[in-house]
Structures are given as structure tokens and as C-alpha cells.
Design a protein around this ligand. Structure first.
Ligand SMILES: [NH3+][C@H]1C[C@H](O)[C@@H](O)[C@@H]1CO
Length: 623
């Protein structure tokens, strides 16, 4: 039995304490094909090599048409030089067209109105204009059409954009579906047409154009996350400086966004760009922790000191896009032209990512160059330096106040490290545990999905975040999302398919800590590191509620007796518990193997709680 007494003394819990870390990671993808709601993969043939089969990823011909990716003789824009060439032989009479298989499938959901568009032209139009109609539809791979729309066209050597909508009347459990554009062969016999930026959106979160997937957004919203760190992580850095995430290439009309080869081996369309991130973060009630490129890329090279000005200017412009005055600043004017005249909320800027891989250049000039310039331009913002796994941070000048720590390890690390922040001196430093996760079993065996043993170990470590939230201002699990059909980094907090979302055991731990964060931490008798039982007591002051978190990382039950500094008037309390047998995982075949459940308990001056093995419990006491 563990006897816990607690007082009303303590410290404020920062409202930013629990949030989300995001980057476009995991091939087919956490951004494209994931959070970003575009359903068509390879919609604009960005960064592909014309004439190769890879250039046609996700595309296939319908009927006797010949399709290939060409460098258009008259591109739709300088950003999108490639197009799908669609050639129909003279004398063709049967239906011809092409299909797209989406990001490993396309969901068909009853009641959804899909919004589609595409650019098309006829490089060598016939002397007499040809007018006809395409049929845009959603169909099974077997050819069953679920919904369609008629899209009139007229041959023209100049690019036209067609738009259409259609509404599904059935829900298909299978996502083995295709988007198809087709036309009667006789209408286009002998013609070659070009298409690009072929797009199909489902309904989006908050109904935003070019927006985010609803079910993934709702899943994240259910965590009430306070912040969103973006756009990386490694995906900020580029393999080289030229491949970095450059904000300017990600704003404006989609037809003007070139896309880039991201750092996880696949194309990022950048349809999910800086504006879309910021609008969604605002819609989700979060605030951004926005990274700026700091001159280090994944090939290990750093931009020379003499070359930093380009990136300093780029960072200043990126921040002005977010918070600048649209009436006086050119970058802010782009924001306004996209629909957000007022500045977005922004308090935190992270300078780089994991710069401990290039400590010399970061310490010698990259940190100082960016910090000094950005702090001079935007003194009201907080600047986060990147560091290694522990609170023993390197010496940088100017001295950073805010540090981002990353740690990926096994359950024992998180259990034994539960007091890693208690031992840090209170010298004004503030820590962001920007990335952490149990990535292997104690044996070293890799994890494809989080498992209960690791998730409860994370919970023990997070009690340390609550307890030390006077110096821990933010924490986020990483990575956040992976597509079940193609992934590079596991485990991830949430796994999804085109029409399902799987909440991992670690998701529920993150959710419980975020929902029951409170605004004030109450000091209590503390346990020792590596003890199987940890606890945390926070309070929602306005609601008069106390959140007693109990973590038991042992496989056997442990009892905790709380002695409260008051007698609650409500003698029945409601608790929420996440617990499961050792090894349990939520997976595509067992998505709900471990989900939280509620329980009632007797709330008095003392509360005796028997915590099951491998459990995180939150007991809510109302004063
Ligand atoms: N290598 C990890 C650390 C980096 O910051 C992330 O991009 C990666 C996965 O979360």
C-alpha cells in the first residue's frame, strides 16, 4: 500500500502542457493520404519523371486509351510542369478514360458530397471544336459505380478547370474503390488531351476548402490538445537545404505549389501548406509550435555562416505570414488573400530540429543568427532550442529559455525515468518534451503498434510532466499518425486506413492526461523513481474538481490510500481507467482490445484505491 497525503500547495499547470507533434511521415502518409483530405494520389504528377511507370503511380487507363505522364508543352503553371497525356485512337467507339486508386483505397460513405476538379486541355484541338461530357464517378475496382457526375468539356489548346460534385448514396465497407474519369470513345476518337491537378475531396473538418480529414481531426479533437508542433521533425530539414520545407512553396493557389520530395522517401504535395495548418490549428482550438528551418539538413551538412541570411529572411517572412500586418507586410497580405486577414495566434517558434546532430554549427552560429534576428523582429515570441534526450542542455549563446527534448526508448526507461525532471535545478529553463514514445519492448523487440506495457510506462513518465509542470511547459508523443498500408516509423499514436481510425493504448494515455490536465498541480508525498506506482494530483479550479491519477506499471494490483486536505461534499466519485493484460495492443484486427472504462468510487477524506496491474486511472473528486 502507498499512502499519499496532499496539500493545497502546488503550482500552476501551463495550459500548453499536452499537445500534438506532427510531420508528414510514414510513406502514404500522415499528411498527404492522412490528415490532408485529398483523395487522389499523385494528382498533379509533382516531382515525377515523365515517361516512367512510377510517374503514373495510382493511375490506370480505362478501355483502349493510352495514358502517360508528359512534360506539357504548355504547362498549367511553372510549378506544375507535368500532365497526364490521354490519347484515344481514331475509330475508337467504346468508353475510354482513366482511374485513380487513391492512397491505398478511397472511402465511399453514404451522404458524403464529394467535391472534384481537374485542369484539362487539348494541345492540338481539331479545326472544329469538339464538345462532349466526361463522366466522373466513384466505382469499385470491380466496376460497380456508386455515384457519378457529368462534366461538360470543349476542346481548347488552353487549360480549363472543370469542377463537379457527386453524393454517395451507400456506404461501402471496402475501400478498394477508384475515382474514374471516362467518356464515350467516339466523342474523343483521334484526340490527345492533357489533364493535371485532378482532385477529389470528401467533406472536410469544419467544412474547410482544401481541408483536413474529418475522422482523424475528430480523433485528435477528442484529446483536447493544446498545441500542434509542425511541420517537423525531420521533414522540416530536407535531405539537403534545397529539399527543406520552405513555407513559400506551400502557400497560394494549389496550381502554384510545386511539391517536394519529403524526408521520408516520398513526394509531399504541399497541398497541406502553412495556411491550411494554421487554419486547422485554429479550428481545433490549438496553438502552433512552428518550426523554422535552421540550416541543418539530413545529409549532415550545415549551411555555412555566410549563407545564413537567406534562411533568416525566410524565417522572418514565414513568421510574418502568420502574424504580420496584412496592410503593411507582403507575406501577411498573402495570408489575407487566402482568407485570414487577422494574424493567427503564435507564441512559440522552434529553431531547427534535433540540432544535436550538428552541435558545432548550431552552437557556433546557426542558433544565434536565427535567435538574434527573430527576437529582434518579434520580441514577443518564445524561441525553442533543440537538444538531446535529457535536461542537461548544451551551452548556447544567447542562452535559450525553452528547450525541446526527444527520447525514444523501452518501458524500463520511462518507469525508471519518472523523476528525470524532479532532479533538474530550477534555473529558469523551460522544457518541451517534444517527442517521446516507447518504441521497443524491454527485450529490444521492435513495436508495430503501441502496447499496454509501454503505454502505462509512458503514463508513469507523464506523472513527472504533471509534477514538474513548473519547468515542463509542453509534451507530445511522436510520431502521431501512420497509414496502415504503408509505414516507415512505428509505433505511432494513431493508425488509420482510408475509412478507419485505430486509437492505440498510448492514444488513450495521452488523451486522459490531456483531458484531466487541470490548471493547478497539488504537491503530495512523492514516490521514488522505479517504483511501480506513480501518482499525480491536479485541480480544475473553476470546476472545483480534483484529478487523482494513479499509474501502476506492475502486472499485479497495488493499493493507494489518498488523504485529502479537505472532505469532499460529493461522496461518490467517477473514475476512468485504462488497463489490459500485458502485451495487449489495439490493432486493425483488434482495434478496441484496450479502451478506457468508467467506474464509481467512494470519495471521502481518505480514498482507498486498488489499482489493477498495468493501469492508468483518473479519479475525479468534486469538492
Ligand atoms: N527521428 C525522429 C526524430 C525526428 O525529429 C522525427 O522526425 C523522427 C520521428 O519522430
Amino acid at each position: 500500500t502507498f499512502d499519499v497525503t496532499f496539500s493545497t500547495a502546488g503550482h500552476d499547470v501551463p495550459p500548453t502542457l499536452y499537445g500534438l507533434m506532427f510531420e508528414d511521415i510514414n510513406h502514404v502518409r500522415s499528411g498527404d493520404g492522412g490528415l490532408y483530405a485529398e483523395l487522389i494520389q499523385n494528382r498533379a504528377f509533382q516531382t515525377v519523371t515523365p515517361g516512367t511507370s512510377a510517374a503514373l503511380t495510382a493511375w490506370a487507363a480505362l478501355g483502349s486509351a493510352k495514358i502517360s505522364v508528359v512534360k506539357s508543352s504548355s504547362p498549367v503553371s511553372s510549378a506544375l510542369p507535368n500532365a497526364l497525356s490521354f490519347a484515344v485512337a481514331s475509330g475508337t467507339t467504346s468508353t475510354v478514360g482513366f482511374t485513380n486508386s487513391g492512397y491505398f483505397g478511397i472511402p465511399v460513405t453514404a451522404g458524403w458530397t464529394y467535391t472534384g476538379s481537374f485542369y484539362y486541355r487539348t494541345p492540338s484541338p481539331p479545326a472544329t471544336k469538339v464538345s462532349g461530357s466526361f463522366t466522373a464517378d466513384l466505382r469499385s475496382t470491380g466496376g460497380t459505380v456508386f455515384t457519378s457526375a457529368t462534366v461538360p468539356f470543349t476542346t481548347s489548346s488552353t487549360w480549363q478547370q472543370a469542377t463537379f460534385t457527386f453524393t454517395a448514396s451507400s456506404t461501402q465497407t471496402s475501400v478498394e474503390n477508384l475515382f474514374a474519369l471516362s467518356v464515350g470513345g467516339s466523342t474523343v476518337a483521334g484526340l490527345t488531351m492533357e489533364f493535371t491537378l485532378i482532385s477529389l475531396f470528401p467533406p472536410t473538418f469544419n467544412g474547410r476548402e482544401n481541408g483536413f480529414r474529418m475522422d482523424l481531426s475528430e480523433t485528435l479533437l477528442d484529446m483536447k490538445p493544446a498545441f500542434f508542433r509542425f511541420p517537423g521533425g525531420n521533414n522540416l530539414e530536407g535531405e539537403t537545404a534545397a529539399d527543406r520545407w520552405a513555407w513559400e512553396n506551400t502557400v497560394g493557389d494549389l496550381v502554384d505549389r510545386p511539391g517536394r520530395v519529403g524526408d521520408w522517401g516520398y513526394i509531399n504535395t504541399d497541398g497541406l501548406g502553412l495556411y491550411e495548418y494554421l487554419q486547422w490549428i485554429e479550428d481545433m482550438g490549438m496553438e502552433p509550435i512552428m518550426a523554422v528551418y535552421a540550416g541543418y539538413s539530413l545529409n549532415g551538412a550545415s549551411v555555412a555562416s555566410s549563407g545564413m541570411q537567406t534562411y533568416i529572411t525566410e524565417a522572418i517572412n514565414q513568421i510574418n505570414f502568420v502574424i504580420g500586418d496584412a496592410s503593411t507586410n507582403a507575406q501577411a497580405a498573402i495570408r489575407a488573400s487566402m482568407g485570414h486577414a487577422d494574424p493567427f495566434t503564435l507564441n512559440y517558434i522552434e529553431i531547427g530540429n534535433e540540432d544535436f546532430f550538428s552541435p558545432t554549427t548550431y552552437a557556433d552560429y546557426r542558433w544565434a543568427d536565427l535567435y538574434n534576428a527573430l527576437h529582434a523582429e518579434f520580441p514577443q515570441l518564445h524561441y525553442i532550442a533543440t537538444s538531446a534526450t535529457s535536461g542537461n542542455v548544451p551551452t548556447l549563446s544567447p542562452t535559450p529559455t525553452y528547450w525541446d527534448l526527444h527520447i525514444y526508448s523501452n518501458p524500463n526507461f520511462f518507469i525508471n525515468g519518472a523523476f528525470n525532471f524532479d532532479i533538474l535545478s530550477r534555473n529558469g529553463l523551460q522544457f518541451f518534451q517534444g517527442e517521446y514514445a516507447t518504441t521497443t519492448e524491454n527485450s529490444g523487440a521492435a513495436l508495430t503498434y503501441p502496447f499496454i506495457d509501454g503505454s502505462i510506462a509512458e503514463a508513469a513518465y507523464m506523472a513527472g510532466f504533471d509534477r514538474n509542470s513548473d519547468i515542463v511547459f509542453a509534451a507530445s508523443y511522436a510520431p502521431l499518425l501512420n497509414h496502415v498500408s504503408s509505414t516507415q516509423w512505428t509505433p505511432d499514436l494513431i493508425t488509420f486506413s482510408p475509412n478507419t481510425v485505430i486509437r492505440s493504448t498510448s492514444y488513450y494515455v495521452q488523451q486522459l492526461y490531456s483531458l484531466y490536465k487541470g490548471d493547478f498541480y497539488l504537491q503530495s508525498t512523492t514516490n521514488t523513481a522505479s517504483s511501480p506506482v506513480q501518482w499525480s494530483i491536479t485541480r480544475d479550479t473553476s470546476a472545483g474538481q480534483y484529478f487523482l491519477k494513479v499509474i501502476n506499471t506492475a502486472t499485479s494490483a497495488n493499493t493507494v490510500v489518498f488523504t485529502l486536505p479537505f472532505t469532499p461534499s460529493h461522496t461518490t466519485g467517477t473514475g476512468t481507467i485504462l488497463t489490459a493484460p500485458s502485451g495487449t495492443q489495439n490493432t486493425p484486427t483488434s482495434p478496441n482490445a484496450a479502451v478506457p472504462s468508467t467506474f464509481s468510487f467512494t470519495a471521502g477524506k481518505t480514498i482507498t484505491y486498488n489499482a489493477p496491474g498495468l493501469s492508468l486511472s483518473v479519479l475525479v473528486v468534486t469538492e
